[in-house]
Design a protein around this ligand. Structure first.
Ligand code: TRP
Length: 333
């Protein structure tokens, strides 16, 4: 039987280059060989945005447009809306018994996010426990492989632990998933920060106009120790070169630029101009497809509904097995 992929994104707005490098690229590549489900995780997005549920519907559309524009093929991949698979909620509740408070408190990604979010009224239980719901996302689809960015590794580990526990305690129903990182596990922000993140305002979006991309690239952080273009510069840890490595297919050009940068014979402006050109070559066709799809939203909705229908059928089948294994298939007639 074909192996299965499940992965997903919170619909908090359009997707950016970090999403592409970390996970989208792998999904597009692997969808031909794996039975692929891509989850638009609106329930998870609510966990830190429950005050603004009115934005979710539009954001789900944005994410679906990004998926299709980068090459997620609806003939191969199923796009599934999380809240339209209520079985996920049920499985999450059963999973809550299999995880301790101490384990949740150790999750490094959630810890980091809590720091960034600065929840004024304290951390909502829903947010703090979202790794449990994410374990349900992954296991209800019986995924073998989860292509994700580096920050998601603790979630996959949590899902593995829960699956193992469930199988040992009740019966072997669930699959222990494996994570798959992109070639470049994490793309730095345009400000040189550790990662591209909407809340940090250091992103280039897949849907950005050429003009917006140009502005972002030309104002990118480079080598802080280099003052004049004739100073020898640092290539390692310089985000402009990290982006060249990720998006410029002309490896000879990249090597030449690196070489001259180290010697101090090329300025930041030229390196950035060439990066802009490489990014535009990559982004222009995505942007075009996105615009074309954007004018046929009825078709996009159809694709999402069809994907969700298939995803839900699979989730329902797993839940039959789960309830059975847990002796919850009562026969009170
Ligand atoms: N936590 C992921 C993110 O922040 C989104 C997500 C939800 C996910 N459920 C998932 C990713 C299941 C992989 C598998 O982007």
């Amino acid at each position: 039987m074909q192996k299965r992929i499940l992965t997903g994104d919170r619909p908090t707005g359009p997707l950016h280059l970090g999403h592409y490098v970390g996970s989208l690229k792998n999904r597009v590549r692997l969808q031909h060989d794996y039975d692929t489900y891509v989850l638009v995780a609106d329930v998870q997005a609510l966990t830190d945005n429950f005050e603004h549920p009115e934005k979710l519907e539009a954001n789900i559309m944005e994410v679906a447009l990004d998926y299709l524009a980068v090459g997620i093929d609806p003939e191969k991949s199923k796009i599934v809306v999380q809240s339209m698979v209520p079985e996920l909620t049920e499985l999450t509740i059963y999973f809550m018994n299999l995880v301790t408070v101490a384990t949740l408190e150790r999750n490094p990604t959630v810890k980091e996010e809590i720091k960034q979010r600065n929840f004024v009224k304290g951390v909502p239980v829903g947010f703090w426990s979202y790794p449990i719901s994410q374990a349900a996302d992954i296991t209800i689809f019986k995924a073998d492989l989860v292509p994700v960015g580096e920050d998601q590794l603790p979630m996959i580990e949590q899902a593995r632990e829960i699956a193992r526990r469930f199988n040992r305690l009740y019966r072997k129903v669930l699959i222990e998933p494996r994570a798959m990182l992109g070639e470049m596990a994490r793309l730095p922000g345009t400000d040189g920060g550790a990662k591209m993140s909407k809340s940090l305002g250091n992103c280039i979006y897949l849907s950005d106009t050429a003009d917006a991309v140009r502005k972002r690239v030309m104002s990118m952080f480079t080598d802080p120790t280099r003052i004049h273009p004739t100073d020898p510069g640092h290539v390692e840890g310089n985000p402009v070169f990290t982006y060249h490595d990720a998006f410029n297919p002309d490896k000879a050009e990249v090597e030449d630029l690196k070489d001259r940068y180290r010697k101090g014979t090329v300025g930041d402006v030229e390196v950035k101009e060439r990066l802009y050109r490489a990014l535009e070559n990559f982004l222009a066709p995505i942007r075009e497809r996105r615009v074309a799809l954007g004018s046929n939203r009825a078709r996009v909705r159809e694709i999402v509904m069809e994907g969700t229908r298939k995803g839900r059928a699979l989730a329902q089948a797993t839940m039959e097995e789960v309830r059975d294994a847990m002796h919850l298939s009562y026969r009170f007639e």
